[in-house]
Ligand binder design. Structure first.
Ligand SMILES: [Zn+2]
Length: 75
């Protein structure tokens, strides 16, 4: 129950962040392990439900540094 693997791209794990879609500017909470640049101010690709495609998101703030991935976040 305590596998501390931090290998990237291992499914839906990583910090939970508040981020803004660069396309439609919608702000949403996302979980990603693939932030480019600084975790607290970088950007990452994620599906935007408003744009209905994968877009770039800019991190606004970190909500949860390293959640084990349990529990379903707000959708
Ligand atoms: Zn969008």
């Amino acid at each position: 129950m305590s596998s501390r693997s931090t290998s990237p791209g291992a499914g839906h794990v990583g910090p939970l962040v508040s981020a803004r879609c660069t396309s439609c500017e919608k702000i949403s909470e996302k979980r990603t392990a693939r932030i480019v640049g600084e975790t607290s101010s970088g950007s990452f690709r994620h599906v935007c439900h408003t744009c209905r495609t994968a877009t770039w998101w800019n991190v606004l703030r970190i909500i949860d540094e390293n959640h084990p991935g349990a529990g379903r976040g707000s959708t």
